[in-house]
Structure formats: structure tokens, C-alpha cells
Design a protein. Structure first.
Length: 318
């Protein structure tokens, strides 16, 4: 007599049921993680649309009964928030461009030149990326105070009169405090290790035959880097640039210490000015934070696919 197939069918159904339950559990877990990440931003947006009376009401109202944009108007009326946005944009963009340029040169050297002690160099880069900004605070402050800036040219005087912070804050005290460079220089140093590691891993994925062909056509090492390797490593370049931009945009401690003038404050430091001694306007502060994170959200959404491909492509080879 032959064995009946019922146990096999029953086992197959059990396995399918278990896979279905596991699949549902994974989906529910991912949904919980997404909601956990989006809830603070959603709550911040809802808070910015409420009035102060509604915020202090008991019981709590989760949705604004009478949504208002008055808080967003107060953000720009109480402080020069547009100037804060401009300062953050200038510092972040310049620091990102400089950081990606230096990281591309360093990453290309580590990926192609077969340097001695390459593992030690990569280890040192990883270790320096762990240093907090607090370690740099006092040395950089003493350095920027002691830097003597030469006499200002007519163009520099004009830019200084227009309020552009690339120039020294005062002709009588020619140092780098209260200038954009006081933030650009440390921001490049803080983001350079991680961007170098990212670009090194990407450059190692590019076949060397392409560079050899460019060299045969008369291109130099730098020409091969910027004409062949860099375009093919666009996801890595974008990923490194966004990481550097977000780090520069969100940094608080160095911006609070080095740029104390009202016209030179960045967004994270400027948001703290809305808090009073005896009052904490949650609605206005929530509106200011919402405005401050909009550029980051738009940037990440625009380059979403390149960021994902950049973060998942390869690792640093030995």
C-alpha cells in the first residue's frame, strides 16, 4: 500500500501559513518603524499650526481646531530668520563643495595609488571620524582669534558693508570670528573622514581599464578622475555631499561659539533666540524648526534614489 499524501499537503500548508505570518509581522514592524520616525515631524507640523491657547488646553487636541499660519509670520518678524537661512545655506553649500572635492582627491589616492600603509590610513580616518566637535572647540577658537587677516581691499570693504560674512567681522579686530570661514573650515574637517571613506569604496568599484583608456587619449590622473571616475561615481558623490550638507546644516555648538553676531547666526542657533526668560513659545519654535528642516527634506527626497544606491553599494576593500 502507498502512503497517503495528506501529511505532506498539511506540512506544506503549515509552512505557507508560517511564512505568511512572518511576512505580516515584518510588514507590521516596518510600519511601526515608519510611524515612529514620522510622528515627531508630523507632531511638529501640527504644533506649528496651533495657537498658544490651544497648546495649553486640557485635554490635549491632536489636530488643530483652527489652523493658523500666524506662527510662521512671527518667525520672520521676531528675528531675522531669513538671514539665518541664508547663513546656513552659504556655510553648508561651500563646506559641502570643498569637502567633496578634498574627499574625491583623497579617496582616489587611496583607491588607485596603492599606497604603503593604506590600511593604517583608513583606520586613522575611521578613528578621526569618531572625534566629537567639542574636542575642536577650544583649539579652533584660539586659532581663529589669533589669525591676522591682512588689510581689506575695496571689494572686501564693500562686501563687509553689505553684511556678507566671508570678510572679517571688524576691521579693528581682523580675525576669523563672525565670518563664514569660522564655520566652513571645521565643518569640512568634521565631514571629510566619512565622505572620504564613501568615495574610496565607490572609486574601487570603477574598472581601472576605463582610466587606462582615458590616459591613452592624453588625460592626466586628475583628468581621468574628474572626467571618468567622478561621473561614474555619481551616487557616491551625491551621498557624500548630502551627508556633509546635513552635518553642516544641523551643527550647533561651533556655530554658537564662533559666530555670536546676530547677522551671522545659523538656523540651529537662531531658533534658540525665540525662547524668553519666562516664556517658551512652542508654536513659534515649532514653526521655525519646520522651516529649518524643509530644505533637508526636499534635498533628500530629490536625491532619494542616489542616496539609497550610494549607501548600499560596496564597502571599503582591503
Amino acid at each position: 500500500m502507498t502512503a497517503a499524501p495528506a501529511p505532506t499537503v498539511h506540512a506544506g500548508a503549515t509552512r505557507r501559513r508560517r511564512r505568511g505570518v512572518a511576512y505580516l509581522a515584518v510588514r507590521l514592524g516596518l510600519l511601526a518603524m515608519i510611524l515612529n520616525g514620522l510622528f515627531p515631524a508630523l507632531w511638529l507640523l501640527l504644533t506649528s499650526l496651533k495657537s498658544e491657547d490651544e497648546l495649553t488646553r486640557i485635554p490635549i487636541t491632536y489636530l488643530p481646531e483652527h489652523a493658523t499660519l500666524h506662527n510662521y509670520l512671527d518667525v520672520f518678524q521676531q528675528n531675522p530668520f531669513a538671514r539665518f537661512l541664508l547663513n546656513s545655506a552659504v556655510v553648508s553649500v561651500v563646506a559641502t563643495l570643498v569637502c567633496v572635492l578634498f574627499a574625491a582627491l583623497a579617496g582616489y589616492a587611496l583607491a588607485r595609488l596603492h599606497l604603503r600603509g593604506r590600511r593604517a590610513i583608513l583606520t586613522a580616518i575611521v578613528m578621526t571620524s569618531m572625534f566629537p566637535a567639542l574636542v575642536m572647540l577650544v583649539p579652533l577658537y584660539r586659532l581663529f582669534v589669533g589669525v591676522e587677516v591682512p588689510g581689506l581691499s575695496p571689494l572686501a570693504h564693500y562686501l563687509h558693508a553689505m553684511g556678507w560674512g566671508f570678510m572679517p567681522s571688524s576691521v579693528s579686530t581682523p580675525n576669523l570670528l563672525n565670518t563664514y570661514w569660522a564655520l566652513i573650515i571645521p565643518y569640512v574637517a568634521l565631514s571629510l573622514p566619512i565622505t572620504t571613506l564613501i568615495l574610496t569604496s565607490f572609486f574601487q568599484l570603477i574598472p581601472e581599464d576605463l582610466e587606462a583608456a582615458a590616459t591613452v587619449d592624453g588625460a592626466s590622473r586628475l583628468g581621468a578622475l574628474f572626467r571618468v571616475v567622478a561621473p561614474l561615481s555619481a551616487p557616491g558623490m551625491v551621498t557624500a555631499g548630502i551627508i556633509a550638507f546635513v552635518n553642516s546644516w544641523n551643527e550647533f555648538l561651533l556655530a554658537l561659539t564662533f559666530n555670536t553676531a546676530m547677522t551671522m547666526r545659523t538656523v540651529p542657533v537662531g531658533i534658540t533666540l525665540y525662547q524668553g526668560q519666562f516664556a517658551f513659545p512652542w508654536a513659534v519654535i515649532s514653526a521655525a524648526i519646520t522651516i529649518g528642516i524643509v530644505p533637508l527634506v526636499l534635498l533628500i527626497l530629490f536625491f532619494q534614489q542616489r542616496i539609497i544606491s550610494g549607501l548600499t553599494a560596496g564597502g571599503v576593500k582591503g
